[in-house]
Design a protein around this ligand. Structure first.
Ligand code: 5GP
Ligand code: MG
Ligand code: MG
Length: 179
């Protein structure tokens, strides 16, 4: 792997497809063990998590369901970003064992707004499986039960994650080169 350019910005290789897959297999093994017989409902958050959700769900070998929602965070005139639901939940989660699939937790704002909405519907349990976490950037703490990688506070792309719409189709994860 060598560095790549996306929209004039230079990105350096960070995680190989093999490293990503290794963590996904480990996460799925934990879920397979913990949720056997519970028929969990996975809720994947689009767009960023589509590739992670697909690979993770293929490695889940217990009875399980999956559905998708789309959350978009946009900055209005205020400095605090606002999280809007672009595609909502069409499943009844009351009494279900729910596992949220998210690509990355950065500030934690997205999940800190969304999780209370779900808790309100009284699922039997609610946990998170997250591929990447930037602990240094997290302002709204979220409790991640299944985490792939803890990463430094640098912008990443690839494996579903975009830079201005591009880069989602790259099978590896790249990190923005600074300076
Ligand atoms: P939050 O700040 O609410 O935790 O993160 C919200 C969303 O911002 C994430 O789900 C992800 O879609 C996007 N995001 C955060 N950090 C990065 C990053 O380093 N790269 C990319 N491509 N998206 C990110
Ligand atoms: Mg996301
Ligand atoms: Mg994005």
């Amino acid at each position: 792997m060598s560095q790549i350019k996306v929209k004039e910005k230079v990105f350096e290789p960070y995680l190989t497809a093999e490293e990503i897959n290794g963590q996904i297999q480990r996460l799925a093994a934990g879920i397979n063990h913990d949720y056997a017989g519970k028929k969990p409902l996975f809720i994947a958050i689009l767009n960023g998590s589509f590739m992670f959700a697909s690979d993770l769900f293929k490695a889940v070998n217990i009875e399980a369901e999956i559905c998708f929602i789309k959350l978009a965070s946009y900055k209005g005139t205020k400095s605090t970003g606002q999280v809007i639901t672009a595609i909502g939940l069409d499943m009844d989660i009351h009494t279900r064992h729910v596992i949220i699939i998210e690509d990355i937790v950065d500030t934690g704002k997205t999940l800190s707004e969304f999780l209370p909405q779900l808790r309100h519907q009284q699922p039997a349990s609610l946990e998170l499986v997250v591929l990447l976490h930037k602990p240094e950037a997290t302002e709204y703490p979220v409790d991640i039960k299944y985490l792939g990688f803890s990463i430094p506070n640098k912008f990443v792309l690839g494996y579903g994650l975009d830079f201005d719409g591009l880069g989602r189709n790259i099978p590896e994860i790249y990190q923005l080169k600074e300076g």
